[in-house]
Design a protein around this ligand. Sequence first.
Ligand SMILES: NC(=O)c1ccc[n+]([C@@H]2O[C@H](COP(=O)([O-])OP(=O)(O)OC[C@H]3O[C@@H](n4cnc5c(N)ncnc54)[C@H](O)[C@@H]3O)[C@@H](O)[C@H]2O)c1
Length: 335
Amino acid sequence: MVDPTFWKGKRVLLTGNTGFKGSWLSIWLEMLGADVTGFSLPPPTDPSLFVLAGLDRSMNWIEGDVRDGAKVLGTVRRADPEIVIHMAAQPLVRESYLDPVGTYATNVMGTVNILDAVRLVGTAKAVVNVTTDKCYENQEWPWGYRENEPMGGYDPYSNSKGCSELVTSAYRRSFNLPVASARAGNVIGGGDFAKDRLIPDILRAIQAGERVKIRSPHAIRPWQHVLEPLSGYLTLAQAIYRDPKTYAQAWNFGPRDEDAKPVEWIVRTLCALVPDSKGYEIDSNPQPHEAHYLKLDISKARGSLGWEPTWDLETTLGKVVTWNVELTPTQIRSY
Ligand SMILES: NC(=O)c1ccc[n+]([C@@H]2O[C@H](COP(=O)([O-])OP(=O)(O)OC[C@H]3O[C@@H](n4cnc5c(N)ncnc54)[C@H](O)[C@@H]3O)[C@@H](O)[C@H]2O)c1
C-alpha cells in the first residue's frame, strides 16, 4: 500500500510531529527518505516517544502553534511542501470539557490556518487532515459509520473534529484544494503517554503496582495499532497526489469489524499479558458522557484505496506489551 519510491525526497509538512502518532509517522517518513518539516508545540507528555526515539535531535521541526496564523503561513512558505499531513490537535475528550475554547481554537481555527496557508502558498499536491471516528453524529447503533453520514460530536473534542471536517470540505470545494480527511479509530501502541487514555492508564497502574480503574467497561471502540491508520494516511496522500479529483474526499481507517471490542475486554486481555498486573476494578464515580457504540465502516478504503488493516487486536496488544515491557530505549527507534 505504501510505495517507498513515491516518498523518497518528497517535501512533507507534518503538523503534530511531537505527539504519539506524529512521532511514529516521523520515524516512518524518515525511513522512507522523505524530506520532512515538522510543525508543532513541544511534546505533550513527559516522557514522550519524540524524545525517546531521538527525534528531538534528528528531526527538522519548527516549534509553533497552529492558532498563530502568521507563524503557520511562514512555516508553510519555508517548508514549500508537496504533501501536508495535518494532525496537530488537542486530542483528548476530557481535556475538551476543561478547555472547550482552547480545543475549538486549536482543532477548528488551527485547521483553517493550515489550509489557508497551504492555499496561499500553492505548492501542495496532496493534503490529509487527520480527524477522528468521533466526528460522526453518534446514533448509538451497532453498525459502523460510513463516510457519507452526518457530522456531529457530543463533547467539544468530537464536535471540534466534526467542524474540522466541514472546514476541510469547504476548502476543497471553494478553492479546489487537493485535501482529504481521514477518520481513524482508537489508536494504541508503544509510546503513548497521554493521560485519560485507556492503554497508558492501564500501563501506569500496572507499573505503580495498583489495580486498574476503568470507566465505561461496556463501551465499544474501534481499536487499532497506531501504524494501521498511519499506513492509511500515507496511502491516501499517494493517491491524492496522483489523482486529486478521485481521492480528495473523506476516508475511514478503522480495524476489522471483529476488533471493535468493549473496554473491559481490552483491560482483561492486557492484564493477562502482563505478569505483574493486579487486575482491574470499575470506577463508579460519575463520568462525563461517553458513547456506548462506535464503529467505522472501512469498505470504501478497502475497495477504492486497496488499504487493509494488518494486525488483529490480540497481535496489537502483544505489540503494546512488547514495546512497554521488553524494549530498551535503544531498541525503540528500530522496533
Ligand atoms: N490517539 C488516538 O486514539 C486518535 C484517534 C483518532 C484521531 N486522533 C487524531 O490524531 C491526531 C494525533 O493524535 P495523538 O494521539 O498523536 O495526539 P498527541 O496529543 O500525542 O499529539 C498532538 C500533537 O499536536 C500538537 N499540538 C497540540 N496543540 C497544538 C497547537 N495549538 N499548535 C501546534 N501543535 C499542537 C502537540 O504538540 C502534538 O505534537 C490528532 O489530530 C487526534 O485528534 C487520535
